[in-house]
Design a protein. Structure first.
Ligand code: ADP
Ligand code: MG
Length: 587
């Protein structure tokens, strides 16, 4: 993803830039003063050229000086140093967002861990306000716990996790979530991450204080002790950080409300900071006792592997031959595919046999091989590795959490983008007490994780905005979300969600993904239109019925007066008229 190039860019930016400025000032001291143009490298080129003609060797020495001074500043940048500087990339760009991101990372991990262990999650989220801009957030789960030796690395080292190397649907994928939150807490308050974890009733619970050494991206353990803990298994994480507690769209409250819609199997207990209502406790009981299907891990599909990853796989493989490398490390590669591939590389001018050892393949040849892989036909990846919420549960969850009078959901069959299987589902709640003239509420989810920021950059927003909602009897201004009393929930389930950045806030605009979202929206839209038409017809009927009830008695009175009818005759006339009108209206 963008991680490597980004850190490379940082290295290039920081180091040569300072070198250049020095060179410029030095030149300015000598010759630039005459022209009055200083320090911009491009400006003093003619003077430099003249000087080179006059004193060539001296200039060479100068270059060496600059190279030396550059060398003294060139050093490795640890990933944590990079992200400490560029914390916005991970979602810590302002205090309100930082607090939400921290809670989100901890809740993601809690739910992931429970699911992996087949445990129905019960997660406690507590946010304490310590000062105006200082908070302590605690997230406690009933998951499998973390073994003693792993705790420091998980919480004090970036890019350390169990999910990056496996292709499996999960909330976390980069191993950069909770440790980055801990690092942000440390940088803003100086406080360590506090962890209690217990990996089973027969093991002791351990209490840790961990800080990250940002320079080295290594953990430092300040406290490591056994403690009494009432939970038989689980993990509690506490992070103290600078933050702001907000209500509204980007609030923790709003985020948790969305979590329970997409995770109907989870119970979430939320204790908000002591403000207006001290000691408040919001309990979201689970909607179902049915745990989601444990997603299966898969091997990468050849069409989804980028060149860099392919090279790494080639170098790191234990396979002895190209054939076994391709067949063991990738999915959907059989003898036929290998045969076709080698024919394709041969026509591109590279002769390989199935027995060529992978280590003998040079980088250039690997590039030819990789691009040939992209050109040949390979069966689409298997899609049983996905675990969507499911139509029934999505409707049930919406019914429980959103007051409306119409609910529907559509789960699309699995599809594939760039070799990665994915599945889209859409849930919709309409009507009820929701305001009708404002924009709809769009809940975006990736592997059941609510996405709170960068709505405009997300494929889900794009597909929703571009759908002609008027066809489904919903009003919409050009280029905007529809305006209706509606909550729309869209989830993408995938082994690798293509986020637009590390902070995992928006899904990239892959045509296949946009297409699938569109189809799911259309399906829900059609059902909604049927509902709205029926409702309108019923309302119309109701109105006509009320006219008959309201006006016919008056006609009866008028007829009584004109024709001199008795009260009984009048009543009979009114009954007959009502009957005739009701019948003729229905015809
Ligand atoms: N509450 C938890 N219970 C069990 N394991 C956890 C918990 N939190 C984190 N982990 C482990 O720590 C790893 C690193 O977490 P994190 O930094 O959030 O990265 P990611 O979730 O992207 O892998 C996870 O992959 C998981 O194996
Ligand atoms: Mg995580």
């Amino acid at each position: 993803m963008t991680r490597e190039p980004a850190s490379g860019a940082e290295a290039q930016l920081e180091v040569p830039f300072s070198g250049r400025v020095e060179a410029g000032t030095r030149k300015a001291k000598r010759g630039g003063a005459k022209t009055g143009r200083r320090s911009e490298p491009g400006n003093d080129r003619p003077a430099a050229r003249k000087r080179r003609r006059r004193k060539g060797p001296a200039k060479r020495g100068q270059h060496a000086d600059v190279a030396e001074s550059m060398a003294s500043k060139q050093r490795e940048i640890s990933v944590s140093e990079f992200f400490a500087k560029n914390r916005h990339l991970l979602g810590f760009d302002n205090p309100a967002k930082a607090l939400l991101t921290t809670v989100k990372e901890a809740v993601d991990n809690a739910l992931d861990a429970c699911e992996e262990a087949g445990i129905l999650p019960e997660v406690l989220v507590r946010v304490e306000q310590l000062a105006e801009d200082r908070f302590r957030m605690i997230v406690e789960d009933n998951g499998p716990g973390i073994v003693h030796a792993q705790v420091p690395k998980i919480f004090g080292k970036l890019l350390y996790g169990s999910k990056f190397h496996t292709l499996k649907q999960s909330r976390g994928q980069q191993g950069i979530g909770i440790s980055a939150a801990g690092m942000y807490g440390l940088l803003t308050t100086g406080k360590p991450v506090e962890i209690i974890s217990r990996a089973g009733p027969r093991r002791a619970a351990n209490h840790f204080h961990v800080v990250i050494n940002t320079k080295k991206n290594l953990p430092q353990t300040l406290v490591d002790a056994e403690v009494e803990w009432e939970k038989p298994h689980g993990t509690q994480v506490a992070i103290t950080l600078q933050g702001t507690y907000k209500k509204g769209r980007h609030s923790i409250d709003g985020y948790l409300k969305q979590v329970v819609v997409a995770n109907p199997h989870a119970t979430i207990i939320y204790e908000p900071p002591n403000g207006d209502k001290a000691g408040e406790r919001i309990v979201y009981e689970r909607t179902t006792d049915q745990a989601p299907r444990e997603p299966r891990e898969i091997r990468p599909h050849p069409h989804g592997v980028e060149l860099g990853v392919f090279l790494k796989m080639l170098q790191g493989t234990s396979a002895r031959t190209v054939r076994s490398f391709l067949q063991e490390e990738f999915s959907r590669v059989g003898n036929k595919v290998v045969q076709n591939l080698l024919q394709e590389t041969e026509s591109a001018g590279l002769r390989l046999t199935p027995r060529t050892p992978p280590r003998r393949i040079s980088a250039e040849d690997a590039e030819v091989l990789h691009s040939a892989l992209g050109r040949i036909k390979i069966m689409a990846p298997s899609t049983d590795c996905l675990s969507p919420i499911g139509e029934d549960l999505l409707v049930k969850a919406l019914e429980k959490r959103v007051t409306a009078d119409f609910y529907t959901a559509a789960t699309r069959p699995p599809a594939v983008y760039r070799g990665n299987p994915f599945q889209i589902e859409v849930g919709l709640a309409y009507g009820g007490g929701m305001p009708g003239d404002t924009l709809i509420e769009l809940y975006r989810y990736a592997n059941r994780v609510p996405l709170q920021y960068q709505r405009g950059a997300c494929a889900m927003t794009k597909a929703t905005v571009e759908l002609p909602w008027r066809n489904y009897k919903i009003s919409q201004s050009r280029g905007a979300l529809p305006a209706a009393p509606m909550v729309l929930a869209i989830n993408i389930a995938s082994v690798w969600v293509p986020f637009t950045s590390e902070s995992k806030e928006a899904v990239a605009h892959y045509p296949e993904i946009l297409h699938e979202i569109r189809l799911a929206l259309q399906e829900c839209g059609r059902r909604l239109a049927v509902h709205i038409s029926r409702r309108r017809r019923e309302a119309d009927e109701e109105k006509k019925h009320s006219y008959i009830q309201k006006y016919i008695p008056h006609i009866g009175i008028a007829l009584q007066e004109i024709l001199g009818l008795s009260d009984r005759q009048r009543e009979r006339t009114v009954d007959t008229l009502t009957d005739v009108l009701e019948r003729s209206r229905k015809m």
